[in-house]
Structures are given as structure tokens and as C-alpha cells.
Design a protein around this ligand. Structure first.
Ligand code: LLP
Length: 429
């Protein structure tokens, strides 16, 4: 469910026409719906309520301070994967929000800062990391709470670049080695092994991987407890899929159905790290048509958003629905199926101004003929859009706007040319 709807042939975010936002802040601009963000968080909170879960919003999906703050205000903690994300989580608040820290390459400085700032859990990804965290914790006179991240070695379940629980990826401890690694730190003065962590991959559109992962987690938790580790936390990560094409995603309750029984059996505090599920469908990328072009027997819509704004189509072959903000009278207001033939449309590639053939938001797409200045909406762009954006081709990063009912505000100003050179200017000889 989201709050981007057409009313009388104009796309609205909640009660605000998107054309108004484009006129005020220009394009390309990411536009987010507060009601959608809060709705998705509460859907997870409700589905998992029997376990009184700690929902750690995954900052990597979209770390905008206003969005993270909103999540914190509605009861979320944070999942971070770098010192920079930790900083964002602290800035977003509230004070005391629970922060879990995953990632295969935490630096000593990041580990120290996390300890200083009362990290709730380190999700530990290797034996060496475990010992270094224990050493640093001792140096600062603390005991670090850690969850062992396990790679449960499940069948492939999503794009190879984002599947994190198949054999041969860099994440977590191999499932066969977890007990041996854990045995090596029983009674360690700087460590408390309190949890088990799994992040299976992303996006996941079925429940079976969670079911299989939970079954393996239960066995490991029992064995770790036998070793003497006081396991009290089960962190099942994120990964819940969203609607990119049609209504293909599962509700949070479907995942709850397979995860909750395991949590009850393990008698653990449940932690979840959803990112995409919360923010993915809560954001669109608003862009403007610059030119039309026909070449090599193909039609191109050249618009002002590019791979530096949304890299998912070219990086993962991801599909994002794209449709005019003002579809003409002869067009469906919003097609039910973007992959089926749509009468009156032309097959076109939607590309940006960046100097690469891989710079596209969509290929071979049914879209009406567009004119210079027409606005386009690229849907489901809230997650891994802005957070993966870059300044490639010296393009200023897009603005971000948050809509709340009939009001809206800038939550990140568009970058300027001055921003682009700011880190270098003082270094000029
Ligand atoms: N927890 C951990 C440890 C993770 O590595 C991730 C995502 C999450 C939670 C959040 O997953 P989510 O609920 O958002 O699916 N850039 C890719 C996705 C990469 C995900 C990386 N890890 C994309 O655009 O599809």
C-alpha cells in the first residue's frame, strides 16, 4: 500500500500534486510519503507484535536524517553498516535508540566509536573480527554484546549481487564453523555472545528462506547455549520484498507466520532490520523530459534523472514502474500491468544524460509519446535510490522532499556546483 495516487489524471503524493513539487524544487527529486513510511513500519510492528520485536530500520536503504528520525519517533532502532551510518543513526535519534552494527570490515575506529555510543549489538562476520572486538572492548573496559552472523547456506533466492546466504559470499560465518568459533570465546572477558544473526538477502519474495533460516538458527542457538553462551537475541535481518512490477510482495504477516514460532521456541528477543519494506514503495523519483530521440531503430525518452540518481536498473536489471505524472486523456490513468501491451503507447527506452550506454531507468518500455518538459514518475524508488546515488559526470545529487498530508518540505536540498568541488578547493595549490 502506498500514497501515490492519480486524481483526475494527475499524480499526487498524499494530497500534494507532484507537479507542484517539481515547480517548486525542480527535478530530479525524490519524493517520499510520510503516511506510507509510517504505515509500513507499523505493518511490521503489528505483524510481529506477539514477540515484542526490536525493529531496527536499515539506514542503508535510505539514511536521510528526516526519514530516520521519523522511524525513531515511531519506535524503531537502527541497523547500520559503517561509522557513517552509525553517525546518521545517532543524529536522527532518539537518544537511546537501539543500534545494531553489521558489516564485514568494521575498522578499529568504528568499533571503538560504536562501543562509546552504546551499540546494542555487533553482528560479527568473522573469527578475526570477533577477537578484535573483544580486544578493543577490554581496552576500553567494556564487554561487547555480539551476535554471530551466520551464513546458513540456503538455495539462491534473489539477485546474485544481493543474495547473502548462499555459499561463497563474503558475509557471516560459515554455518559449519560457527560452533568452533564460538567455543574459542567462551568466558572471554571482553565479549558476551548474546545473539545469532542472519540476513538472508534482498529482496525476498517468499517465506521459505526465512523458514529454513529459522530452523537452522534454532539448532545453533541450542548448541551455543550448551557451550555456555547466554543467547537471548535472534536477529533475522531484513530482506522483505516490495512491489516493483505489480502487487508481487508478501505482507509482513506472511513472514511473521514463519518467524514467530521460531522466536517463541528459542525464547529470544527478536530483532529485525527492514529497510526496503519500509521505504521502497514510499518514494518516487520525479524527473522531467529533456528530449526525444530515435536512433538505431529505437525510441528514447531522455529525461533528467540518470544512473547516478537510481543505479538499480543498470546494476541489478531491476524493474521500476515508470509513468507520466499527467497521462493524457487517451491513456490509462495508471496501468495495472506495466509489462503488458498498453494501447496507444510506444516502445521506448527511458535514459538519462550520463555518458554511458548503461545509463537507463527502463528499457523497451510501453510509454506514451512524451514532450519536452513533461514529468515522469519512477515508482518504488525510495530504497537504495538516493542512498546509492553518486556525483558521476559531476551531477549534483537530487533534492529530497517529504510529503505529509497536504504539506511538504525539503529534507535534502539539491546539491550545488559549489558542493561538488568543496572537498577539493582547499587542496588546490
Ligand atoms: N540487514 C543487513 C545486514 C543487510 O545487509 C541489509 C541489506 C539489510 C538488513 C536491509 O535489507 P532490506 O530490508 O532493505 O532488504 N542495493 C540493493 C540491496 C542491497 C541490500 C544490502 N543489505 C538493491 O538496491 O536492491
Amino acid at each position: 500500500m502506498d500514497h501515490f495516487q492519480y486524481r483526475n489524471r494527475a499524480l499526487f503524493c498524499e494530497d500534494v500534486p507532484l507537479a507542484e513539487i517539481a515547480a517548486k524544487y525542480g527535478t530530479p527529486t525524490f519524493v517520499y510519503s510520510e503516511a506510507t513510511l509510517v504505515h509500513h513500519l507499523s505493518e511490521i510492528q503489528t505483524a510481529f507484535a506477539p514477540a515484542k520485536p526490536i525493529i531496527c530500520y536499515s539506514i542503508k536503504a535510505n539514511g536521510n536524517l528526516s526519514i530516520a528520525r521519523l522511524m525513531g519517533q515511531h519506535g524503531a532502532g537502527f541497523d547500520v553498516t559503517s561509522g557513517g551510518e552509525f553517525h546518521r543513526a545517532l543524529r536522527a535519534g532518539p537518544v537511546g535508540a537501539k543500534i545494531v552494527f553489521a558489516g564485514v570490515g568494521k575498522s578499529d575506529a568504528e568499533i571503538r566509536a560504536a562501543l562509546d555510543n552504546h551499540v546494542y549489538l555487533f553482528d560479527v562476520e568473522s573469527e578475526e573480527e570477533l577477537h578484535i572486538i573483544g580486544k578493543i572492548a577490554q581496552e576500553v573496559g567494556r564487554k561487547a554484546a555480539v551476535a554471530l552472523r551466520v551464513n546458513p547456506d540456503l538455495p539462491p533466492k534473489t539477485h546474485a549481487k544481493t543474495d547473502t546466504s548462499v555459499k561463497g559470499v563474503k558475509f557471516g560465518l560459515d554455518i559449519e564453523t560457527v560452533l568452533e568459533v564460538a567455543a574459542g570465546v567462551v568466558g572471554h572477558p571482553g565479549l558476551e555472545v548474546v545473539g545469532l544473526h542472519m540476513h538472508l538477502g534482498s529482496p525476498i519474495l517468499k517465506v521459505e528462506p526465512y523458514e529454513q533460516g529459522c530452523a537452522k538458527a534454532l539448532q545453533l542457538i541450542a548448541a551455543l547455549r550448551k557451550q555456555g553462551h547466554p543467547i537471548s537475541v535472534l536477529n533475522m535481518g531484513g530482506g522483505f520484498g516490495i512491489h516493483y512490477r505489480q502487487q508481487e510482495a508478501l505482507p509482513a504477516s506472511a513472514f511473521a507466520k514463519v518467524i514467530l514460532p521460531a522466536v517463541a521456541e528459542a525464547k529470544c528477543q527478536l530483532v529485525l532490520e527492514p529497510g526496503r519494506f519500509i521505504v521502497g514503495n514510499a518514494g518516487i523519483l520525479l524527473s522531467k523530459v529533456v528530449f526525444n530521440k530515435e536512433t538505431g531503430g529505437k525510441r528514447y525518452i531522455i529525461q533528467d534523472a540518470a544512473m547516478n540518481d537510481l543505479i538499480r536498473p543498470t546494476l541489478y536489471d531491476s524493474f521500476h514502474r515508470i509513468w507520466p505524472v499527467h497521462p493524457g486523456d487517451e491513456m490509462p490513468e495508471c496501468p495495472a500491468d506495466f509489462e503488458a501491451a498498453i494501447p496507444g503507447t510506444l516502445v521506448q527506452d527511458v535514459v538519462g544524460p550520463v555518458c554511458e550506454s548503461g545509463d537507463y531507468l527502463a528499457k523497451q518500455r510501453n510509454l506514451p509519446a512524451m514532450n519536452r518538459g513533461d514529468l515522469l514518475a519512477t515508482f518504488s524508488a525510495g530504497a537504495y535510490g538516493m542512498s546509492m546515488s553518486s556525483n558521476y559526470n559531476a551531477r549534483c545529487r537530487a533534492a529530497e522532499v517529504l510529503v505529509t498530508g497536504g504539506t511538504y518540505r525539503l529534507i535534502r536540498r539539491r546539491e550545488t556546483y559549489q558542493d561538488l568541488v568543496a572537498c577539493e578547493e582547499d587542496c588546490l595549490k
